[in-house]
Design a protein. Sequence first.
Length: 326
Amino acid sequence: MKINKSILLAAIVGLSSFARLAAEPLKIGYSDWPGWVAWEIGIKKGWFKEAGVDVEFVWMDYVKSMEAYAAGKLDAVSVTNGDALVTGATGKPSVCILINDFSNGNDMIVAKGEYKTLKDLKGKTIALEEGFVEHLLLLKGLELNGMAESDITIKNTPTNSTPQVFASGEVDAIGAWQPNSGQALKLVPGSKPVFTSKDVPGLIYDGLFCDRDSVKTRRSDWLKVVKVWEKIAEYLANEDNTDEALAILSERVGVKPAEYEPLLAGTKILSSKEALKAWEKADGLGSIYGSTKVVDDFNVKYKVYEKPADVDSYLDPSLFKEVMDK
């Protein structure tokens, strides 16, 4: 049988390219949020090497990590379920293969000392980044307190700038996540959180959102990443590891362990059982499906993007469930 040399050569080149691609480390962007800083435990302890997966974690500013993912420079990015939808609508769709946590107090509406509750902010000005998760948090807070968005004035402000704007006296309150919310509390004596993500658990899920093609072609590698995360979650759940964990996490972000402890406490790292529950398809904030639908409705309403997203296409519990079955 005659073999066409050009076809053979093309096949060899194609296989060579595939092999080279498969040999490259998975590049994962992560940033300053306790549920993602937690990856540092697996890095420091060599658990990825032990699992037989080559991973390169790239430490980045949160927004820059989303931009890098959209530009194809990362195989996965650590983001909230809502921001994954935004990145997908404006840049590059992804799929969540594991849930790290949900915010449990680190996202805050912080007000000056004279305001005791969110209701006290009626007629006042709040600085936050419109279209981002703190905007959604504020709306949920207003809803639960029988108020409307028209009851307050929003000053559109980049989240990283909210502590300084708050300290300047230009506004009565701000919406921000840690570490920005913590900085605001330090800068304005007597200030306090009047509404936080702890009041609406499940509103903000944080996960690992991956390139969809990469999940298909390198599924075995991503399964190993999920397996390492479960090892990290189990490690964090053991109180005997608290001191060592705080030392590792605080070193990554350049603060003292004692300073990092409340940040970790404001993040609900999900156990395997809790994660399985969150992966169940249902309405409401107890399910990542329900939560993501809430965020999608918010994004469309506030014209973050035009059309509703196909929420299900952004969520894939199969890898997590496969790891749990083993």
